[in-house]
Ligand binder design. Structure first.
Ligand code: HEC
Length: 168
């Protein structure tokens, strides 16, 4: 009799419906939370990977672009910002500390847009998108960022993803 009871005991625990409900109440939420946490973290990583896919230190413009930017600059911008880009009077410097003070922590779209929609002061937007991208490349070059294999485009959504940082 007592043996029978003992042998029956574990079976009874397993078959006990209230125990099963209890287990599913605990285990299911834990499994689901773990799954949600996993999905969320891998999504975060994907977003992060996308955002850090291209950095300003990765060589995001070409030397050729800088040369084109130089010729546009000397023709259209130098009268105010000076030939060496250091500025004068009310016209800000586009290089060195003047550049970093204004643009550190911002993104490339903001720099591009300040020219695309504001410069030259007398005729904003009068150049091609390509020319504004070339001018952006010129500023990157003169402020110490390295050139690379592919040209910097004028796609503002892409430019938004590139942060202007002083650290590699
Ligand atoms: C008629 C004079 C003049 C010309 C020409 C001119 N700029 Fe400017 N630029 C200014 C002045 C003044 C400012 C500051 C006020 C402002 O942001 O509108 C400025 C601001 C800027 C800024 C923002 C810099 C900052 O620190 O705020 C950039 C970048 C810039 N200019 C680039 C250019 C480029 C590139 C060209 C040629 C396509 C150009 N400028 C032509 C006068 C000029």
């Amino acid at each position: 009799m007592s043996t029978l009871l003992l042998m029956n005991f574990p079976q009874k625990v397993c078959n006990n419906p209230s125990m099963q409900i209890h287990l599913s109440k605990v285990v299911l939420p834990v499994v689901m939370l773990t799954a949600i946490a996993f999905l969320f973290s891998s999504e975060q990583q994907a977003v992060h990977a996308q955002q850090s896919a291209v950095g300003i230190w990765d060589g995001i413009y070409t030397e050729q672009q800088v040369a084109r930017g130089q010729s546009v600059y000397q023709e259209v911008c130098a009268s105010c910002h000076k030939e060496d880009l250091t500025g004068q009077d009310m016209t800000p410097s586009l290089v060195g500390i003047g550049f970093s003070f204004k643009w550190q922590g911002k993104n490339l779209q903001e720099l591009y847009a300040s020219m695309r929609y504001g410069m030259p002061q007398s005729a904003p937007g009068s150049l091609s998108d390509q020319a504004y991208a070339d001018l952006t490349a010129l500023l990157l070059s003169l402020n110490g960022y390295p050139p690379g294999e592919s040209e910097l485009g004028a796609d503002e959504d892409r430019l938004t993803l590139i942060e202007i940082t002083s650290q590699r």
